[in-house]
Write a protein that binds this ligand. Structure first.
Ligand code: KG4
Ligand code: ZN
Length: 349
């Protein structure tokens, strides 16, 4: 089964063709980073206009690189939330137009669920059963830091979330404090590699809860930078970046393993843009007593192959949508009560 995936939730215009949920035939990502970096962050209006310009060429390229025509495609999977409303609308309306013209079925995909399914893209077909449920999923991106218990395909229960800044957002804000530019995660990681994490920064453990909080850490970094005049000394900037990265990773790794123990999962799945961070993946893989998976960095950050992989399981389960599919910018994944699936609430991030 070949699925065309379309992703426009934020600042990447992406399309991919994926066969049978894990064979990537093409994976095209047109990043808008150069356009937004001059503003120090994403400008929603600029993002949606840029999606309008690039969506058709990106889909055409995904089709031609996969050497397929519309007759070879079995369905269209498109991100309908969470994300920027104007950006999501471009992907969803393009998907609906193609579905109308080709009579292909369409499935609306939760971006957070798609991030989790990036893990299935790296599993050889014969080893698909090696991802064993229940899984504990840590999704760390620009807008989310969620701990999700996944009991089976399409079955999600939210255990924890961020109470303020998401992990990626904290990286982006810390990079701004340290004058390292946008996006912050890769910039902090690069500069941190020449520093040592010896500066004292706080960790919010939030004992008794699976939630996260990173805004206190960010504020502490700001005070440290002022007090120690960090910006006047490049080696102190490197130490501050390393210390900040270490503090975030400490909390993410410890709380993920703690939740994995509590819920006796058989697998840990890491995903989202922050999962591209080497310190995070190395420390989680080393410390975890459970088998843990992390997609390669280009499948952690936003892409459409993960949307198509997720779509494959929706089509397998008959979870299709009609032309009434609309965007849900504040969509969340997994009800806290463990009763259900995607729900359009919880717009904390
Ligand atoms: O998943 P993603 O590409 O987009 C969203 O769904 O938000 O995540 C983007 C976030 C940004 O905040 C970016 O700074 C962070 O992921 N990020 C990283 C790294 N690469 C991207 N954070 C830490 N280390 C990285 N190497
Ligand atoms: Zn994302």
């Amino acid at each position: 089964m070949r699925i065309l995936g379309i992703e426009t939730s934020c600042d990447e215009t992406a399309a991919a063709v994926v066969a049978d949920g894990n064979n990537i035939m093409s994976n095209i990502v047109a990043s808008q980073i150069d356009i937004h970096s001059r503003y120090g962050g994403i400008v929603p209006e600029v993002a949606s206009r840029q999606h309008v310009l690039t969506i058709v060429p990106v889909i055409s390229k995904a089709m031609s690189e996969a050497s397929v025509t519309w007759q070879d495609i079995d369905g269209i999977a498109v991100t309908f939330g969470p994300g920027l409303a104007g950006s999501l609308l471009v992907g969803v309306n393009t998907a609906k137009a193609i579905a109308l013209a080709t009579q292909l079925p369409i499935a609306g995909i939760n971006h957070l669920e798609a991030h989790i399914y990036a893990n299935w893209l790296t599993v050889p077909p014969k080893e698909k059963a090696d991802i064993r449920f229940p899984c504990l999923c840590l999704i760390v991106s620009g807008g989310h830091s969620d701990l999700i218990l996944m009991r089976g395909h399409g079955q999600f229960e939210k255990l924890g979330r961020t109470r303020d800044d998401a992990a990626g957002e904290a990286f982006d804000k810390a990079a701004r404090i340290l004058n390292l530019g946008y996006p912050g995660g890769p910039a902090i990681e690069r500069v941190a590699s020449s520093g040592t994490p010896h500066l004292a920064l706080p960790r919010a453990w939030l004992k008794g809860s699976h939630d996260f909080s990173f805004s206190g850490l960010k504020t502490a970094l700001w005070h440290l930078v002022q007090k120690e005049k960090i910006l006047t000394n490049p080696s102190l900037v490197a130490d501050a970046a390393a210390s900040f990265q270490y503090a975030i990773v400490d909390v993410l790794v410890a709380k993920t393993i703690e939740a994995a123990r509590e819920f006796r999962v058989r697998q840990i799945l890491l995903s989202g843009g922050v999962a591209a961070n080497k310190l995070l993946t190395e420390r989680l893989l080393n410390a975890s007593p459970f088998p843990a998976r992390v997609p390669p960095p280009h499948l952690c950050t936003d892409n459409a192959a993960m949307v198509a992989a997720c779509g494959y399981y929706h089509f397998q389960n008959g979870q299709l949508d009609g032309y009434e599919l609309d965007v849900v910018p504040s969509l969340s994944l997994g009800s806290p009560q463990g009763t259900g699936n995607s729900s359009p609430h919880d717009s904390n991030s």
